[in-house]
Ligand binder design. Structure first.
Ligand code: PFF
Length: 448
């Protein structure tokens, strides 16, 4: 595709909403609470917030700038800026597709929860944790049902991708994200009023540093990158669709704030209810799917609340799957000269196959393990704890030391006047971020 007829996102708000659509998703509402639960609560939250501010934000600014200054997919962008760094683009596209593979499985679960809430079966009305847990486990281990939902989700993503960047993605993001914010707010109020709700709040908001280990710091970093959709090609690809008038730093700040706001709201919804229902906060990936229905069941019209909420979650997941798919599709389209339709099919077929394996590894094919983890958990661990931090490290090093300074600055300050905080940003990108990530890696690998 020539640069002249490459699609762009509409104005400032369009860019923020689309990028926030990628960032806000199951990572905030499904992954964040269970990772916080597994890592001991408040202290983890504090480290997470530091990771967002000190590492996530500078990295998002870097990725947007790389995309916006080249108007190319992740691989093409790094190649244009410096051939030797093309590998970072490849790593990013690969990470996007691997994440998409297990993400589609969870997205499929939300679709099933929407449908069964809508049909108002008995489980929806049950306040019993045992009933909710049994229903969840029997669904995710079913030999074919979750596959149908995951592949269905993959096809829905495909259709929006083929409709085009602006029309499909922007329209979907603009419409339903604000609804999700309001909904979370209402649920948080409800959840905090449940018996023992304050204990949950305390767990989430009071730091207890004795529970913090260096591997939980790495987990916080991985979660921050996962949640902001950075450390892989996605935000480079989205930056490449920015108009020349789009404000890179302002967009990154707004997206990070929105994303963090949603994650904290999700914590405020989940933890009071977790304590109220007597669920173990470290219950893992099932946490949200057991806790949320138990909140809805205590409310009037549980089926209505439940189906609406899961529907919004489906939409939030869809705007994220679109962004990961787009990273792969733009790569196939531009690097191999395929039509958009063909490029999208390549990605859809690839991830649909992988998502079936991920889903089966939780049930019928439980022998499908990598290093003792199910394929699903292995993809999650590999991407969030290794590939994203590594991608983030390389992107920081590239931007700080090899991205032509004038070109970087012209993205951040198109009017030519350098901002007051620019020296801080440069310090973070050149030294602080890479040093922190290297120390965390070295510590986790037992080198220091
Ligand atoms: N940030 C998304 C979420 O929190 O659900 C997940 C995600 C989207 C990760 C896009 C990576 C990505 F490239």
């Amino acid at each position: 595709m020539s640069q002249e007829n490459r699609a762009t996102f509409g104005g400032r708000i369009g860019a923020v909403l689309v990028a926030a659509g990628s960032a806000v998703g199951l990572g905030n509402i499904w992954r964040f609470p269970y990772i916080v639960g597994e890592n001991g609560g408040g202290a983890f939250l504090l480290v997470y917030l530091c990771c967002i501010m000190l590492l996530g934000l500078p990295l998002m600014i870097s990725e947007f700038s790389i995309g916006a200054s080249t108007h190319k997919n992740a691989v093409g962008a790094f190649r244009e800026l410096n051939k030797r760094w093309t590998v970072v683009g490849y790593l990013g596209v690969l990470a996007s597709l691997l994440i998409l593979s297990f993400y589609l499985v969870v997205a499929g679960w939300t679709a099933e929860y929407t449908l069964h809430s809508f049909l108002a079966n008995d489980v929806v009305r049950s306040t019993s944790v045992e009933v909710q847990t049994a229903a969840f486990n029997s669904f995710i281990t079913h030999p074919w049902k979750p596959l149908i939902y995951a592949v269905g989700f993959s096809l829905a993503t495909h259709i929006i991708i083929v409709l085009g960047v602006q029309k499909g993605i922007e329209r979907a993001s603009k419409l339903l994200m604000p609804m999700l914010f309001v909904f979370l707010f209402v649920l948080a109020c409800r959840s905090m009023m449940m018996p023992r709700g304050l204990e949950g709040l305390q767990f989430f908001l009071t730091p207890d540093f004795s529970k913090l280990t260096t591997s939980s710091v790495l987990a916080a970093l991985g979660q921050a990158f996962f949640s902001l959709s950075i450390g892989l090609g996605t935000m480079v690809t989205y930056g490449s669709y920015f108009k020349s008038t789009t404000h890179v730093q302002g967009t990154a700040v707004r997206v990070s704030l929105l994303d963090t706001f949603v994650a904290i709201m999700a914590g405020l919804v989940i933890f009071p209810a977790v304590f109220s229902a007597g669920i173990e906060p470290g219950a893992g990936p099932s946490l949200v799917f057991i806790t949320l229905p138990s909140i809805f069941a205590t409310m009037p019209w549980p089926a209505l609340w439940s189906s609406l909420f899961f529907l919004l979650l489906v939409v939030a997941a869809l705007t994220s799957t679109i962004s990961m798919h787009e990273a792969g599709t733009a790569y196939m389209e531009e690097e191999y000269g395929l039509s958009r339709r063909k490029a999208a099919w390549c990605v859809t077929l690839f991830v649909s196959l992988l998502c079936c394996f991920c889903s089966l590894s939780l049930g019928a094919w439980s022998w499908l393990k990598v290093c003792g983890l199910s394929l699903f958990d292995a993809f999650d661990y590999l991407t969030a704890n290794i590939m994203l931090p590594l991608g983030g490290l390389l992107t920081c090093l590239f931007t700080g030391w090899f991205f032509e300074r004038k070109r970087f600055e012209s993205q951040l300050y198109p009017e030519g006047k350098i901002g007051r905080l620019y020296p801080v940003l440069r310090l973070l990108i050149r030294y602080i971020c890479p040093i922190i990530i290297v120390i965390l890696f070295a510590d986790n690998l037992g080198i220091i």
